[in-house]
Design a protein around this ligand. Sequence first.
Ligand SMILES: [Zn+2]
Length: 175
Amino acid sequence: MSKIKDALPIPEQCDNCCSLNIQFTTNDRIYGRTYGDWPKIYYCNDCRATVGCHYGTEIPLGRMADRATRQLRTRAHSEFDRLWQSGLMSRSKAYNWLASQLGIAASDCHISWLSKDQLKDVATLSADYLSKNYAALVRRKVKNDAKQEKRNQRANAVERRKAESARRQKTKRRA
Ligand SMILES: [Zn+2]
């Protein structure tokens, strides 16, 4: 079994509606048949929020979520992921930034662990940060591209000189 780095406790009540009426069951409860290699889930009988488990364990993958929460997660992810996918910062720096913005520990900073309010904040904070830093990001990219272009030109010049001297050697031998 793979070691799980950051594990959440087993839920005692629904993470979505706080109901105590939750059960440890399998995902045929939602889909009518079981899906996946490890179909174990926690299910809320009141709001129908669910969460799957880490393979081979009863450890939840995140907080129990209903449909609205899952939609917020998708939105939060797409806004947040742009921060590191754009090259504005590395992925780990982005997560550290997010944790400090939310005022939580970096080890708790997983999208699937966040509440609805936090997820809304993630989307807003990420979009704001990217738009504020977009100009700097573009400037940095232009600068790096220019540097790369210079490197390419230098490499090409070296190649040209090599080819030129090889050609001269050949001409000399012929003379
Ligand atoms: Zn619930």
